[in-house]
Write a protein that binds this ligand. Sequence first.
Ligand SMILES: [Zn+2]
Length: 434
Amino acid sequence: MKTLLKNGTILTMETAEPELIHGDIGIDGDTIAFIGRKPVDFQANREIDAAGAIVMPGLIDAHTHIAMGLMRHYADDLPFWNWLFERILPAEEHLSAGHVYNGSMLSLVEMIRGGVTCCADMYFFMDQVAEAVVKSGIRGNLTRGLAFNGPADLVKLDESRRFYEDWNGKGNGRIQVDVGPHAIYTCPPEYLEKVVLLSEELNTRIHMHLSESRKELSDSIKAYGKSPVAHSAEHGLFAGTTYAAHCVHITDEDISILQENGVSVINNPTSNLKLGNGFAPVTKLLEAGVNVALGTDGSASNNNLNMFEEIHLAALVNKGLTEDPTTVSAYTALQMATINGARALGLEETTGSLKVGKKADMVVIDIEAPHFYPRHSVSAGLVYAAQSSDVKTVICNGELVMQDRRLTQLDEQEIYRKAEESAAAITGTTSFQP
Ligand SMILES: [Zn+2]
């Protein structure tokens, strides 16, 4: 199959400064064949009109828990510890494999509608998450979340290995399996070391939560005499390649450790703000040369999977926090949501920018809307004004997953109905509360 995307304004995200190309993109199978002027011998089987629209790489949500779509609007305005231990974990006790599938499908609809072509997910019943991601047509770095409450949890390491063997590389290469220790406060040191050995054995990345709340920091100092970052380094979590969500409560010394070990930080602005956890020192991390990407976290703490909101907040909050409007420019925020995400997930050669030879993961943004006029800056428009509903067409791995706002692979009404049923089953809530 050869696809021709015609007459777009193409933001490649391939260069250090914004670069626009006006023209066509040719897709041969799953790969970008050319960008700009169509070669005479490229004969397309289908054409997509992108005239008057922006074409950019698909967005990468580098930290989420898609099955948590079932707990959206269920636990709000609560402190982090009460939110997690009194509302979320008790509801999760009732989850079945089928519920996880239904919650995942709900989130995948939302992500595709918002231009996401790749997500990094950590949860359990991961076979169902993987099945849903494969069906949706997008890409996923998937990890079985690992927490240790007693010897029975050692089996989760075998589940992780089996999940890797069954799913890594599936969906025409769209699934990548990583290893996911939940956090240092849910995994004691000896368990963390077993997790590190597993990631070395399978040669995977590590996906973890790190230094998310002030309590995590103070508990770590009390128990180990070290910050969560220093404690993680000591137990080998950064010996391979790691991407760590949050990193809100970190010192300059922690930033040096993250930089020296090539750890990517996944900033989750909405989740950190909503749970009252604070805000990661993104400007300092970027200045230190740390790769910073963006994530939504799960819908139970966000309450949506709208990456355009995260891009918007990443730019605005850092300016406010540092009292410096020049920090986290519009283009930097876009890099965080695209190429930096690809780098964090080990997909830099695959996706995250529009380049000949990379996989064809891209979105078409409809800019025929008042908030895109007048036409001064593409980057500023995408960061300070764009809405996720401006996403018109989504292509992942060369396949159309949404065309003219119509999902091509998923039945939305059926997915909403099943998600409602599962949400009622796990929370006991069946009516719309005020
Ligand atoms: Zn999370």
